[in-house]
Design a protein around this ligand. Sequence first.
Ligand SMILES: [Zn+2]
Length: 439
Amino acid sequence: MAVKKTSIYWNEHAETLSRDQIHTMQATGLRALLDHVMAGDNMYSRRLKAAGVNPADIRTPEDFSALVPLTSKDDLRDEMQRTGQAMPHLCVPRSEIRLAGPSAGTSGSSTYQAFTAADLDTNIEMIARMQWAGGFRPDDVLFLMTTPFAPWAHIAREAAKKIGINWIIFDDHVAQNVTRYANTIRNLRPTVMHCGLSTLRYLTADPNLTSLGDCHHVIISGAELGPEARIDFRNRLGLEVTSNAGHGSDLNLFAVECDQHDGHHWIGEENVLVEIVDPDTGVPVSEGEIGEMVITDFYRRATPHLRWRTEDLFVENTGACACGRTGRRYTCLGRASNRVTAGGCHIHPYQVEASLARVMVGRNREFALIRHEDDPGFLDLRVVEAGHTEADKAAAETIKTHLGQELGTRVRVRFVPKLPMVGYKTLRVIGPEMDPAPA
Ligand SMILES: [Zn+2]
């Protein structure tokens, strides 16, 4: 396919559908999905029947939200236990599966997802949109750091090939291999990368570094990035950093920033229904309110997700985006379980990232919040600083004052050489037993 390198869209038609067109496609797609799952005996058909849902009553996405019960990862695990099946949500014969694999499994036992040939084609197309939005272009050399056994690893490579990237350097993605990644960047000179935010920060922590070789665009996953921290990567290292928010492990779906950097656009609403709901009631929240992201990937046939709880909190950005994409935009606030109470305030890790990014001594530093059993009356913050110096005291004082003003609570800051990680992710909230700098 001939692709104009200068186009801002990978798939202009799909990325600029009108909201009416999207609504119509969602209505059709959701009804087709219901017919598909109800035609067989699977976790969803059993759950829908148990809830007394009659698919004939569902004509619109609004009907679907009102009538179909939420599904959680624990519901899937319970069904795995009860039925003894690895994929109780499988809705096609095994002979139709073209790709299946485990989730990353960082939170308990692995679940599995599967794709038919058509599922794969659609997913790869949507991931190509994300990579294009992140600045990947034909003839780039991609360095892809990812969990090698998850379906995402295959799909990310296929999407890059579809864009026209011929050389893909592939590696796993764990904190202890960062030295190897740095050597690869120096020696093989990739031009674009996809990795986690913690990894990028470890790769670029040296204040004397002025570039990451030939690398010019990086897509980061797994954590939120403050706006000033993104600009710091540009000014200091010539790197354009695009963050995504979403679900590589369970769904292979994301929202991604465009060049306006005003929230994350969902990458394919003509294939997926995204809802932001009250986590307690499952009812969609009003525009601009915080809620849990719930996803129905109605294009899928092998292991679809029906009103699947992501356990991540989002808020929708309002108004049209100057880039022309019509996909709704969201700001990710992080895991619902990552909220801590400090001095009577509820604080999300995203707020701390954004606030740290606004002060020079806090910008682009990895951090964690300590969750105490009872509210200690202040936010207990740990910030990574490789070498301890006398200057740290002043830096800690600056962060304490700045965050205190912005977050409206007292703050305690301790610098630590490193923080606990799971895979490539820094744990943003830890208990006192994992605290590298206890009182
Ligand atoms: Zn945009």
